[in-house]
Design a protein around this ligand. Structure first.
Ligand code: FAD
Length: 479
């Protein structure tokens, strides 16, 4: 069957990949002139890459890792030491680490937490451990039920001192959803802790060895096109055209540069767009349906990604860093962490600015100068003295609506991949799947959509059907 997919982010491309495996013919229609959506990247006139976001791959991403394997590009993941490194605001320029020893889970995580004495006191560690007991006993159902609380409310409910937020969880919340602990749903943190503590390598991190567009999206496109599928850039979906019975008649594509609009028809249709543009484009009759009305409960959160090139090396650390700065979230010196961006003499810091709601409308110059002020605290040796590090150039990428904002109560608004419209499916990180709004969630959602289509429309002799890769089975104890 011909399946039209609007959106060439990871969800749309993963859906197309698994549809070709199932013997179908996907045609991916992407609005922009670049692949990847929220992992899109661009080369500047000097040949340097800059990206929509600093992206980390975790050991706890089974479907993503399986995809790398299936594309035969596993060597592109640059795995780092199993540790989490936090800046110490009270001692500028120093770091505190959670080192995971080579022990089975959850022992390695427990030892990592117990051995760190910079950030949490022993009473705080004990109270946090006790607070997690209901989650350990009741498992995933408990994690889902906690969606009614923010993380801070959950800490209070469990009698865990709120200082643990200041020390660890503000940084973790910002890295997971670009918002703080008072806003984020407890389910998000508990889900991440669950994976990190249950799987030996769950929190182990990898950087891609180059730009996601070239090093991950392009191999997906090659895979799809080699098997009869198609990926078209500059093909924005303008309108979903309906049959009298409310099913999809075609995708109306906006003609660019004076070209006429085009009606694109297929046997089945998939939206792989983010939830915000999908809401805008929903046909009027569908807007009355409860399934689609629920999308109103989801909205993308703003975030900003900065790239700063300096005249010298600021650090040799080859890892992700949690800044613990009020302005910034995580950052990395990509000249150390990423093979294609490597430079032995100069640093290129890639930094995520979050929460970004008060910054998204500001000029790039204002954003960069506020960031440099923060770097004076993160790298006092290089910015304080008489010969401060010189900024050679920068790129600022703003995403006013990125992943859906995971405030309490959002879980019930996340739609399934199968819709009430017989020939229309959804995919995307915001759709219901067991991972958060993440690359893993996007890839899994694409797989789930392809699987739903393949089950409803079996093809004789497909090359192989998508198989879901689940985390290792656990008992009730999930956190
Ligand atoms: C700053 C930042 C940092 C991040 N860090 C991480 C991280 O470290 N680890 C992690 O796992 N995840 C991270 N993420 C999240 C991750 O990038 C996303 O969850 C994932 O890429 C979303 O994929 P998607 O396919 O669901 O959506 P998208 O990537 O948004 O793809 C949707 C596609 O639809 C296209 N589209 C929109 N409208 C139309 C239209 N009308 N017609 C045709 N096409 C259209 C868009 O152009 C886009 O290409 C980060 C995100 C950001 C922004």
């Amino acid at each position: 069957m011909r399946v039209a997919i609007a959106g060439a982010g990871l969800a749309g491309l993963s859906c197309a990949k698994y549809l070709t495996d199932a013997g179908h013919t996907p045609i991916v229609l992407e609005r922009r002139d670049v692949l990847g959506g929220k992992v899109a990247a661009w080369k500047d006139s000097d040949g340097d890459w800059y990206e929509t976001g600093l992206h980390i791959f975790f050991g706890a991403y089974p479907n993503m890792l399986q995809l790398f394997k299936e594309l035969d590009i596993e060597d592109r993941l640059q795995w780092k030491e199993h540790t989490m490194i936090f800046n110490q605001p009270n001692a500028p320029g120093t770091y505190s680490r959670f080192d995971f020893p080579d022990l089975p889970a959850p022992l390695n995580g427990i030892v990592a937490i117990l051995r760190n004495n910079d950030m949490l006191t022993w009473p705080e560690k004990i109270k946090f451990g006790l607070g997690l007991i209901p989650a350990m006993i009741q498992g995933q159902k408990y994690v889902e039920d906690m969606d009614k609380y923010s993380w801070t409310e959950w800490l209070r409910k469990q009698n865990i001192p709120e200082r643990v937020n200041d020390e660890v969880f503000i940084a973790m919340c910002k890295s997971l959803n670009f918002i703080g602990p008072d806003e984020i749903s407890a389910t998000i943190l508990l889900t991440a802790l669950n994976r990190f503590l249950q799987e030996k390598n769950g929190s182990k991190m990898a950087f891609l060895d180059g730009s996601p567009t070239e090093r991950l999206c392009q191999p997906l496109v090659d895979y799809i096109t080699e098997r009869g599928g198609e990926v078209r850039l500059n093909a924005p979906l303008k309108e979903i055209l309906l049959n009298p019975d409310g099913t999809v008649k075609g995708f109306l594509l906006r003609g660019l540069n004076g070209a006429e609009d085009e009606v694109f028809t297929a046997d089945l249709y998939v939206s792989a767009m983010p939830v915000d543009p999908l809401k805008v484009i929903l046909p009027q009759p569908w807007q009355q349906m409860e399934f689609f009305q629920k999308l109103e409960g989801l909205e993308g959160v703003p975030v900003i990604n900065l790239h700063l090139w300096f005249d010298r090396k600021l650090t040799e650390i080859d890892h992700l860093l949690f800044s613990r700065s009020p302005l910034l979230s995580v950052y990395a010196d990509m000249s150390n962490t990423c093979r294609e961006y490597a430079n032995p003499d100069r640093s290129m810091l890639e930094l995520v600015l979050a929460p970004a709601k008060d910054w998204i409308a500001k000029s790039d110059e204002e954003i960069v100068s506020a960031t440099i002020a923060e770097l004076e605290k993160l790298f006092p040796d290089h910015f304080g003295g008489e010969n401060p590090a010189k900024l050679l150039k920068y790129h600022v990428v703003k995403t006013p609506r990125s992943v859906y904002k995971a405030t309490p109560g959002r879980q019930e608004y996340r739609p399934s991949q199968v819709t009430p419209i017989a020939n229309f499916y959804l995919t995307g990180d915001y759709t219901m799947q067991r991972y958060l709004a993440s690359m893993e969630g996007a890839v899994l959602s694409g797989k789930l959509t392809a699987q739903a289509i393949a089950e409803a429309n079996p093809v004789t002799n497909p090359s192989h059907l998508p198989t879901l890769t689940r985390p290792p089975a656990t008992n009730a104890a999930t956190v």
